[in-house]
Design a protein around this ligand. Sequence first.
Ligand code: ADP
Ligand code: TRP
Length: 335
Amino acid sequence: MSKSQPIAVSGVRPTGKQHLGNYFGAVVNFVKMQDIFNGYFFVADYHSLTTHPDAADLREKSKNIALVYLACGLDPNKCALYLQSDVPQIPELYLIFNMFAYLGELEREATFKEKVRDQPNNVNVGLLTYPVLMTVDIIIHKAHKVPVGKDQQQHVEMSRDFVRRFNNLYKVNYFPEPEPFSFNDKLVNVPSLDGEGKMSKSKPDHTCIYLEDEPDVIRKKMMRMVTDSGPKEPNSAKPAIIQNVFDMMSLVSAKDTVQHFEDKYNDCSIRYGDMKKQLGEDMVTFLAPIREKINELSADEKKLYDILGDGGNKARASAARTLKDVREIIGLKSF
Ligand code: ADP
Ligand code: TRP
């Protein structure tokens, strides 16, 4: 890590197996960022407590996320890889920042409203203040950039509001306003395989490609992608479900393969069965090295714990500096 590089922070909740959406929306950016940013990448285990997970399950899933990060190419010598709950400065700053968040704005936030609708029996306060905790994850390292997918954009916008409020209230220019970050000009959205909305681990298994899926499972899932009877007119616009298949292909296939099927689409000779078969093969080839690495790394638990221990040290050191400054700025200095 070098002092002069801008700071990037991001995390993933350990709520399930990692899928292609997590890979392209988040992890792939972390890997590219580690060379040009001071990167802090973490397992957002506090965040997953909102759904009251079983303790052993949470531990297993947290470990799995860290393994996947490493298998995808995060290098602990270039960035800090840690568990959110290993950084006690986060809950302290979270308490402080709850004073700068207003009930109305938290209640209006889209994810919160969705949860109120989807899980009326567990509308806990942790869900409401989720954007505050996420803000703190980011600003505890005074981050500039937050690599996330499109679905997290509103949360990052809120963190900018909270930061601005803090800086104005205390007439300081202490925290930078964090920005969502993607290497593409558009934030990536990996579609669900049933063509409805984004790929997500909260949707049925067959709509999601997991990084650990075996080749045959991947092939079967790709063949089940929804298509239609094909274009009737040359060069016609693509319906959304067909665009999804092309979008998926452009993530994992070679450019000329995509172009081949574009041409076939445009002259109405496309056969979606062939396209999905090709996509299945390209997906298998793309994911094979990641799956193999996950298997290899999971055989050495001690190494994983050492890496997380090390990352925790780096994260705590950075967090302690921020918290000391904040306590001083708001008048909590110890006497
Ligand atoms: P899920 O919706 O499966 O629960 P998370 O909410 O844990 O996924 O998201 C973890 C990270 O992966 C976030 O940065 C999010 O923006 C990104 N992400 C999740 N799903 C997608 C998707 N389908 N397309 C692009 N990025 C995604
Ligand atoms: N809220 C993010 C998600 O659901 C995970 C997350 C928690 C996060 N804290 C963060 C992402 C800080 C980026 C920065 O995917």
